[in-house]
Design a protein. Structure first.
Lengths: 328, 294, 412
């Protein structure tokens, strides 16, 4: 019985992996790079989903966690000669710790207050980064393009017998990490942990009275989701080949939350849809009109409309289709 | 000593501007339980309307002012009815997303219509300065503080001593029971949004003469207003004013006399205030503690 | 069971299909450089169409209007110029993505007139490594002109901020005796560059900077800073800021009853937008303000009958209807576009990126109609600053009046 139930998601996942592996042969190198960014956002959304979808804690500050990961990678690569790939687990660990430490005081906040607190952190992040100039390069940021620690930015690299230029290498790196990240999240959430986290979301008081340790699970959720954001930030720095305080503005944090809600909390398809939305929204809004201010109007109206039409996000729509087809 | 007092005076002036927007945030939260991320943008739009009436259409200051308040009220109520209501039954998250959508849309709209150029807005108060012991105090700033204090008094009176205020408070805290006693909850919520929009418009028109008008008038101000509201208690109008003034003076003194803070850490300073208050006493200095019923 | 699998797969495939929709490959001559065909040239520009710097979107718009005008007259060597403008909301990360899109997907011939210091900085390595011209970067950051050996494909346009600060400093040194200067500056490369230039200009003179207060671009107002600067008892107030804060500085100084002599940097000396507002709010202070200028300001009565400015207004009316032609940022864009057109002409019918870079690295144009008379566009080995000359101007009763001769700056 148990094997049967697991077989389904595993098959879907394998199908996804196959599609991912094959896509670059069909699209331009530039598209591959855009899809790499989709993978980066997906990683961040998987993390945010654990926090918001599972324990119900709203964060408008995950851009700040991405900044921690991104700067960790940049500083390690530029100042300490660490190869790009090896900075990723370090960024994950560091950001996860920061997230966990934030989760401790955050235990006292809920709902809108937590949203406000995380909003405050995200808004102040660029200023704090600038303050510690000597460490972070201040307003000028850190440039990674062309340094030896960054793979393939100048010359293609050979991986598993195949020669990859920067865009394709980036694509495979980001999607491999995303797939691994998804599997890890799935494993974490399927057992008692997932149940406990969901119990916290549905009713904290009930969960507590059933013996679920609130502090343990809430801070765990924060730490894990921050670690994911840190990894996303790390890859973000590698992909952009440049970090500076303005590359992690408050709009990034807002977009991540938007992505999670538009995608719909809970399903992988939804999260992918959310990541695609984040990556391509600026493009789409500009296609409608390029006049100053117009892209913003389009984005805003689109958001409001989406909440009206798809209140439970894309994955909610998928769920509804399922219900319909089941009845029919 | 005069320099110190000048910083204090400057701090009170800035602080009163933070307080004016904080009032709008407090009212929305008190009346509807929502934190409206678009409050600042709505205020900016109102200010642009007042500006264009006086500058491009030759209206007098006071007619334009009153008209703007009316339009803001209707606009705020309309936004509640059209945009917020459909999402009220859903999760808190949906409302947050929708107010963010409003923020983006209104900010873009203002840029689209009026471009990013900086505009001057007239002030109802004379810009003369009075010299008191070496410290320059502007009549305009005194006027701003006066208006803010008057607004708080009116608001407090409305909420505490009128039937309407009672109905609004009931609709916010206990919608189910309020309906049972005949309160038209939805209308009360829209009324709350309308009034908050009016407060935002007043805030914009107080701020613009000295901060000058451009599409990002309220973007920076919003954070300071949030900090002021949280510090004073997100449900307390009096707290918003006290919080705003304290924040203005405090940040100025910190920025001037503490080298580490300087110019760049003023904003994080405000945000640190938000964080610390939320962690230590979430209800703020003047707020009441929230009790959760099982 | 199968349904769930099918659903997930469908979602995935649809998403990737959406994303993989074939993007049309950019135009190119067989075997030639991308972005050039027998009849067209494709340029790319990143510009802050949304966000806090949207006031600078006019730079790209002015340039675009001029290209359309040139196309209407037959183009350059038989080719029409198209300038694709992409919004980067002043966020360098978006600039990187937009620039890559322009280069790799749209396959532009060159990146032109991209706005912003950090924004140009973020893509400089990438463009040079891929041998794509980074033409006339719209930023006065000194680095874009100095590191020519390392970044041969990058050319600046306007006078560097250091040069500006230096000229203002030299002016103060020559005319203000032993003045005490207080400076308000934006806390980023832009403001710091200007301040450094000023300090260099006053070295070996009796002028001293007695106070320098930074402010963050995210500030609400600069009351506190101006109060602190007044407390330094300086007699000269230098404002190195962006429009909103420059106007605020005037207003606050007036409120405090402070009456220093004022100087402003060029980016905020636009007559219609900034000075008019500043003067209305602090007339006593505005008169006598000194700034530098290198473009013709459309609201300056001096240029009312000037042929170039008449052309400017005509071009704006025809090809950028609805835009505010009084906005001097449009003139900046047009001046850059004029230079691009001349450079393309000189690069010849056989147009390559190498060829264009060669022309702009060694150019000498002295007749750009949108620049002040006498100001030349000159670059050479090690010098990628096209404009290094400027005039001083003084504001008096509603308009600027330039005075003195041309100032030049040999940058390092």
């Amino acid at each position: 019985m148990r094997l049967d139930r697991s077989a389904l998601p595993i098959a879907a996942f394998v199908a996804l992996a196959v599609v991912v592996a094959v896509v670059p042969s069909f699209v331009s190198a530039f598209r591959a790079q855009q899809l790499a960014y989709v993978a980066i956002y997906l990683i961040a959304l998987i993390g945010l989903n654990i926090l918001t979808g599972y324990t119900g804690q709203i964060s408008l500050g995950h851009g700040a966690f991405m900044a921690v990961g991104g700067y960790t990678t940049a500083i390690l690569m530029a100042d300490h000669g660490v190869k790009d790939i090896w900075t990723i687990p370090i960024a994950a660990l560091l950001t996860g710790t920061v997230g966990f430490l934030f989760g401790l005081p955050a235990l006292r906040l809920s709902g809108l207050y937590l949203a406000l607190a995380t909003f405050a952190i995200a808004v102040s992040t660029p200023a704090v980064i600038k303050r510690f100039e000597d460490f972070t390069g201040g307003g000028s940021g850190i440039n990674l393009f062309g340094i030896p620690e960054l793979t393939a930015s100048l010359t293609p690299v050979t991986v598993l017998g195949k020669e990859l230029a920067f865009n394709d290498w980036l694509y495979y790196l980001c999607w491999s990490v995303a797939l691994v990240g998804y599997v890890l999240a799935w494993l974490l959430l399927r057992g008692r942990t997932g149940l406990a986290l969901r119990a916290v979301r549905d009713s904290e008081t009930a969960a507590q009275s059933s013996g679920v340790s609130l502090p343990k699970y809430k801070t765990l959720a924060f730490g894990v989701s921050a670690a994911y954001a840190g990894v996303a930030g790390s890859l973000f720095a590698i992909a952009t080949t440049f970090v500076n305080p303005d590359t992690f503005p408050i709009s990034l944090s807002i977009l991540l939350l938007v992505g999670v809600v538009v995608g719909g909390l809970g399903s992988l398809a939804g999260l992918i849809a959310g990541a695609v939305f984040i990556q391509f929204l600026p493009d789409w809004s500009q296609r409608v009109s390029n006049s100053p201010g117009a892209p913003s109007v389009v984005s805003g109206v689109l958001l409001i409309a989406l909440m009206y039409v798809l209140p439970t996000g894309v994955s909610g729509l998928v769920g509804r289709i399922r219900l319909l087809t089941r009845r029919g | 000593m005069a320099d110190f007092m000048q910083q204090v005076v400057a701090g009170l002036a800035s602080g009163s501007i933070y307080a004016s927007l904080a009032l709008a945030l407090v009212l929305i939260h008190r009346a509807t339980g929502v934190i409206n991320f678009a409050q600042g943008e709505m205020a900016t739009l109102s200010t642009y309307i007042a500006w264009t009436l006086t500058t491009n259409h030759g209206w007098g200051y006071w007619p334009a002012f009153v008209f703007t308040l009316i339009v803001s009220f209707l606009g705020g109520a309309a936004i509640h009815q059209g945009v917020i209501r459909p999402n009220e039954k859903g999760s808190v998250l949906r409302v947050v997303i929708v107010t963010i959508g409003l923020l983006l849309a209104i900010n873009g709209l203002v840029t689209l219509i009026w471009s990013g150029e900086v505009r001057a807005v007239k002030s109802p108060f004379p810009t003369r300065t009075v010299d008191v012991g070496g410290v320059a105090i502007s009549i305009q700033d005194i006027g701003t503080i006066g208006v803010v204090v008057a607004t708080v008094v009116v608001l407090w009176f409305l909420l505490q001593y009128t039937k309407l205020g009672l109905a609004m408070r009931a609709a916010a805290t206990n919608p189910g029971e309020a309906r049972l006693v005949g309160v038209r909850v939805t209308w009360m919520l829209s009324l709350g949004w309308g009034l908050a929009a009016v407060l935002g418009a007043i805030s914009g028109m107080l701020a613009a003469p000295s901060v000058f008008l451009d599409p990002n008038l309220m973007a920076a101000l919003l954070i300071y207003a949030f900090a002021a509201a949280v510090l004073g208690g997100i449900d307390s109008p009096v707290g918003a004013v006290v919080g705003g003034l304290t924040l203005g003076v405090g940040l100025n003194l910190l920025g001037t006399y503490v080298d580490f803070v300087g110019a760049d850490l003023r904003l994080p300073g405000a945000l640190l205030v938000i964080l610390v208050v939320l962690l230590v006493r979430p209800s703020g200095v003047f707020g009441r503690r929230e009790v959760r019923r099982v | 069971m199968l349904r769930k699998l099918a659903l997930a797969l469908t979602a995935l495939v649809t998403t990737t299909a959406l994303a993989a929709t074939a993007a049309p490959a950019g135009p190119s001559l067989a075997g030639g450089d991308p972005g050039v065909t027998a009849t067209s040239i494709l340029l790319g520009t990143t510009s802050p169409l949304s966000g806090t710097a949207s006031a600078y979107a006019s730079v790209a718009r002015g340039a675009d209007a001029y290209f359309k005008y040139v196309n209407a007259k037959g183009g350059v060597n038989g080719r029409t110029i198209t300038d694709t403008i992409v919004d980067d909301a002043y966020n360098p990360q978006l600039t990187v993505q937009a620039t890559r899109k322009l280069v790799e997907q749209d396959k532009v011939f060159a990146i032109f007139n991209a706005l912003g210091t950090e924004q140009n900085d973020a893509v400089r390595d990438y463009l040079n490594a891929n041998k794509v011209p980074q033409l006339f970067a719209a930023s006065g950051a000194t680095k874009f002109g100095t590191e020519a050996a390392k970044y041969p494909y990058t050319i600046g346009f306007q006078p560097s901020y250091q040069a500006e600060g230096w000229v203002l400093g030299k002016y103060l040194a020559r005319t203000q005796g032993s003045a005490r200067v207080a400076v308000l500056f934006q806390n980023d490369d832009y403001g710091k560059d200007l301040l450094n230039g000023l300090k260099r200009g006053i070295v070996r003179s009796n002028v001293k900077v007695v106070a320098a207060e930074p402010y963050e671009a995210t500030a609400v107002d600069v009351q506190s800073q101006v109060a602190k600067l007044k407390a330094s008892k300086a007699t000269v107030f230098a404002i190195f800021a962006t429009p909103k804060f420059a106007i605020q500085a005037y207003f606050q100084a007036g409120k405090l009853g402070w009456k220093p002599k004022l100087t402003l940097n060029n980016a905020v000396s636009s007559a219609s937008n900034i000075m008019a507002v500043a003067a209305a709010n602090g007339p006593a202070l505005a008169n006598g303000t000194v700034s530098i200028v290198f473009l013709k300001d459309p609201t300056d009565p001096k240029w009312k009958t000037d042929a170039a400015m008449k052309l400017y207004r005509q071009v704006m009316k025809q090809f950028a209807p609805g835009a505010n032609a009084d906005d001097v940022y449009h003139v900046y864009g047009m001046a850059a576009a004029w230079t691009a057109v001349e450079a393309l002409k000189k690069a010849g019918k056989d147009l390559t990126r190498e060829g264009l870079v060669k022309v702009v690295s060694n150019m000498s144009f002295s007749n750009n109609p949108f620049l002040l008379p006498g100001i030349a566009l000159k670059t050479g080995p090690g010098d990628h600053f096209p404009i290094e000359q400027m005039l001083l101007q003084r504001w008096n009763k509603g308009s600027w009046k330039s005075f003195g001769g041309l100032w030049g700056y040999r940058g390092t």
